[in-house]
Design a protein around this ligand. Structure first.
Ligand code: GDP
Length: 431
């Protein structure tokens, strides 16, 4: 845990650049540069090294009340990248090495300042690119969900009960109340179920929904793409076959983070460029979470040619009738040109969020790691529910220990098999 340093702001010309240092006993390490004074009070100090002289704002957070749990010192320098580099070189010279990406947060985790759920939320916060994603990550930051706190307390109680009946059962006539245990396990399983469903929905807020827009030429795909993306990206014309390549846009629409793909119209064509465009559709369809098959109202039924093409992906196809300003139809009807898209909004929310409004997913666990542990916890609760009443107490004791262990993995108290290095390598320097 040697002292480390890193720029906490990008190495670009800017008004202020922040350099962060953390380590044990920084007062001694930084003595050649500065005498650290009052904790958590910003002081202006003239820093001198190698002929440089910089007027800096300095903040000192002594251990353990700091981001990393060790001493932390922040230097606010003038935002000149060369100055920052020279300053970092000097810090290296006095024995403070450059931090790896995410190493500050890794220390915070190791020193118990953050749990793994905080770190995952922080990672999502740094990567968020829509307002919804920001709010989703912020809702998860800094607090352990109440249901985890409660589950942990109640599993702890039952582990103790089960262990007592294993250790002293026969001598002291302590036996596990199986019927109460099962009532509890059923409630716990339901809690995990609700959280898993919420998590499955929260995933879409976190990862975004990949939507491919397909349909015959002139179905209104580019018009819809532009309406969803909120900008004129795709060319809209009355000539069939004008979208010859795949257009992509990342956007937030109706509070949903969407990755949009406007595909070339699917049709047999002799135009070589358009043919390449059509060939590029398949990989997009494979990747898509939803294929929006746009069928103009005037068409009556969808084109059999396109239906056949979409057959392998039928589970993710949603037929949407466009141009409802020109006629009526059953199903999800929109008018891309008028921006009348409320039926589409409702259908998307229903499909991806079901019983929950997107807002209700804020704060839910959202990563694949968390979802897989929730699934395991449900399985564990089922095993407890399946115990026969005359089973020796060792069985419930070991199943309860299993549930305890899974919860510890979820919160990161048990990090034995966690690929922490891989996780932190995605962080920025100085975080
Ligand atoms: P694409 O070939 O499927 O990308 O279709 P475009 O988006 O280029 O649209 C083809 C034509 O249909 C354009 O003239 C659009 O203005 C028109 N269009 C698109 N959506 C609608 C709609 O909802 N109603 C009406 N009336 N026209 C539309």
């Amino acid at each position: 845990m040697e002292p480390i340093c890193a720029p906490a702001t990008p190495l670009l010309s800017s008004s202020v650049a922040i350099v962060r240092v953390t380590g044990d006993a920084l007062g001694g390490v930084l003595a050649p540069l500065i005498k650290l004074s009052t904790p958590r009070v910003a002081v202006v100090r003239r820093l001198k090294w190698d002929g440089y002289s910089e007027n800096a704002l300095v903040l000192y957070f002594p251990a353990p009340k700091s981001y990393t749990g060790q001493d932390v010192v922040e230097f606010h320098l003038h935002g000149n990248p060369l100055l920052v580099r020279r300053f970092l070189e000097y810090l290296n010279y006095i024995g403070i090495r450059m931090a790896r990406p995410g190493e500050f947060t890794q220390r915070a985790l190791v020193n118990g300042k953050q749990d793994i759920l905080d770190v995952e939320a922080l990672q999502d916060l740094m990567e968020a690119s829509t307002d919804t994603q920001l709010r989703q990550a912020q809702a998860r930051e800094g607090k352990m969900p109440a249901w985890i706190v409660e589950a942990r307390a109640s599993i702890g109680y039952w582990v103790a009960q089960a262990e007592a009946s294993v250790d002293y059962g026969e001598d002291e006539d302590i036996s596990l109340d199986m019927s109460r245990l099962k009532t509890w396990a059923a409630t716990l399983k339901e809690t995990f179920h609700v959280e898993l469903r919420r998590s499955a929905s929260a995933r879409w807020l976190r990862d975004g929904i990949c939507v491919a827009i397909v349909g015959r030429p002139n179905a209104g795909k580019s018009t819809l793409f532009n309406a969803l993306a909120g900008e004129e990206r795709a060319i809209v014309t009355e000539l069939p076959g004008t979208t010859r390549d795949i257009l992509e846009a990342k956007c937030q629409w109706a509070d949903l983070p969407l990755y949009l793909f406007d595909t070339a119209g699917i049709r047999k064509t002799d135009d070589p460029i358009e043919r390449i465009g059509v060939a590029r559709v398949d990989p997009v369809l494979q990747r898509a979470d939803l294929i929006l098959h746009l069928v103009p109202v005037v068409d009556g039924t969808p084109s059999p040619e396109i239906l056949a093409y979409l057959e392998p992906y039928s589970e993710k196809v949603m037929v949407v009738r466009n141009q409802c300003d020109l006629g009526v139809s059953q199903g999800i009807c929109i008018s891309a040109v008028d921006g009348n898209l409320s039926a589409l909004e409702e259908a998307l929310k229903q499909r991806f969020f079901g019983e929950f409004a997107p807002d209700a997913c804020f704060g839910a666990l959202a990563t694949a790691r968390q979802r897989s542990l929730l699934t395991e916890l449900i399985h564990q609760a089922e095993l407890i529910l399946g115990i026969c009443s005359n089973t020796p107490p060792e069985i419930p004791a070991s199943l309860l220990q299993g549930a305890w262990g899974l919860l510890a993995k979820l919160t990161g108290e048990d990090r034995a098999d966690m690929a922490l290095d891989a996780m932190f390598s995605g962080f920025c320097l100085g975080k």
